[in-house]
Design a protein around this ligand. Structure first.
Ligand SMILES: Nc1nc2c(ncn2[C@@H]2O[C@H](COP(=O)(O)OP(=O)(O)OP(=O)(O)O)[C@@H](O)[C@H]2O)c(=O)[nH]1
Ligand SMILES: [Mg+2]
Length: 442
């Protein structure tokens, strides 16, 4: 089966790119261009025709990538046509009428690339992330993964495990010949190193996932302090209702923001106070829960408030930013807290908002920088790494002299978990090839 799809964005645009991949891609291109011998290392300027009635569709460029040197690993052709909706629709219709040709499913080109070993699972996932990246930080992270840094790292760890496994297997196969004690020690040390490395990567898992999904920042605090007004100002739209009535917001309202490259999910919440109203009480409890799961809380207080509710005071810690609002009413800062970032603003007059944004960025960047070159960006990777750690732990707990077969099985499973992150599960095959060339030291 040959698959095709519009690979550029929907028109109208100057140029649109339609991709066609499959074993008949080159034949179909010859039919559509009415040209033989399309060149694969040059750009072909062509007229495109509907083969069923020879009418002209458009004029444009054709790039051909014969297998295996293409993105999918199959014969692949790119048609660069004019990007109007009419041209695109007609071109796609003509392709749909060719034998064994159908519209590609979402991600199918990358899926075929994976099946043909053109990319591994991590690279395939990160191509999706790169396409969906909205902020600079997300682009950089996805790009690093596309380039294969993480895959290389996981493969290296995995190969280290496989090498150790080969020693253990050797000990099983040549039971009567003792494996020198020093070799066993070496194996154990090498496995401990892998264990420590994985632990280290897991510690930073938060960072990778946060960059991908967004940092959670919540606005919590007094009723009527201007929380919803701040959310609207930062998101540049009227996402939340603002009113002079106290207790307006009940639900949690979330907006997605790009704060200078930082992907942020900003939440507005109900003001915290003693309330008898059942709905408001629910809203307050949602607000407190939200503050607990946030990466950063903006505690919003009306600068002219005389006293602050103890429940709000409880939320103030070194990790939050206290936002005193309505400086237009009283420009003197009326509250102070030790070791806490404070900023006096006026949402109404747009005063000090840039300072607030700088403080938010500073807080997030201090929390989310790491020296690790590899970050765990998905729950799937995290789960597999934890599974791998469990098996290594099982291995290390065993007496490898007595329970050697069981210990080998632990290692085999650990290797498999690590391999499934990049999409390599065929452990036996690799083990075979390594073991074949292996010198057991005698
Ligand atoms: N003077 C002044 N008024 C403001 C400022 N920011 C907001 N307000 C007003 O304060 C009132 C409450 O604003 P909201 O944004 O609804 O406050 P809130 O904290 O979301 O209130 P609740 O949802 O009830 O907890 C509205 O009348 C706003 O117009 C400000 O900087 N200065
Ligand atoms: Mg509100």
């Amino acid at each position: 089966m040959n698959i095709y799809a519009l690979s550029s964005g929907r028109g109208p645009s100057g140029i649109a790119i339609i991709r066609l991949s499959g074993k008949d891609a080159l034949n179909i291109s010859e039919l559509i261009t009415q040209k033989k011998n399309l060149k694969s290392k040059e750009i072909n300027l062509c007229k495109f025709y509907n083969p069923s009635n020879n009418t002209l569709i458009d004029e444009g460029l054709l790039l051909s990538f014969p297998c295996p040197n293409s993105f999918t690993g199959e014969d692949l052709v790119e048609f660069h046509i004019h990007g109007s909706n009419a041209v695109i629709s007609y071109f796609l219709k003509v392709l749909s009428e060719q034998d064994n040709c159908r519209l590609a499913e979402a991600g199918e080109f990358t899926k075929i690339a994976f099946q043909n070993n053109k990319v591994d699972l991590i690279e395939a996932e990160s191509i999706g992330d790169l396409i969906h990246s909205e902020t600079e930080l997300q682009r950089l992270q996805a790009l690093k993964l596309v380039q294969g840094n993480a895959s290389k790292y996981y493969n290296e760890l995995r190969e280290k495990l496989i090498k150790s496994l080969a020693y253990i297997e050797a000990k099983i196969d040549f039971a009567e010949d003792d494996l020198p004690e020093s070799v066993l020690k070496e194996v154990q040390n090498s496995i401990r190193e892998v264990y420590t490395d994985i632990k280290k990567i897991l510690k930073s898992h938060d960072i990778g996932e946060k960059i991908r999904d967004g940092f959670k920042v919540s606005i919590v605090g007094e009723v009527n302090a201007g929380k919803s007004s701040l959310l609207n100002l930062l998101s540049k739209r009227d996402a939340a209702i603002v009113s002079a009535e106290k207790g307006t917001t009940r639900d949690v309202i979330e907006v997605y923001l790009n704060i200078d490259g930082y992907p942020v999910i900003l939440a507005d919440t109900a003001g915290i106070r003693n309330s008898e109203n059942e709905i408001e009480k629910k809203g307050i409890s949602l607000a407190i829960n939200k503050s607990k799961e946030s990466d950063l809380n903006l505690i919003m207080i009306d600068n002219s408030s005389k006293s602050i509710d103890p429940k709000i005071k409880n939320l103030i810690n070194e990790n939050c930013i206290v936002v005193l609002n309505k400086s237009d009413v009283d420009s003197k800062q009326n509250h102070n807290f030790k070791n806490v970032e404070i900023v006096l603003i006026s949402v109404k007059n747009n005063q000090n908002i840039t300072q607030l944004i700088t403080k938010i960025k500073k807080n997030l960047s201090s929390k989310f920088t790491t020296s690790n070159t590899v970050l765990v960006t998905r729950e799937r990777h995290r789960v597999k790494l934890i599974d791998c750690l469990k098996e290594i732990d099982n291995f290390l707990k065993k007496d490898q002299n007595k329970d050697i077969e069981m210990a080998a099985e632990d290692l085999r499973l650990a290797t498999r978990h690590l391999g499934s992150i990049v999409g390599k599960v065929d452990v036996e095959e690799i083990l075979g090839s390594i073991f074949k060339d292996f010198c057991i030291g005698k």
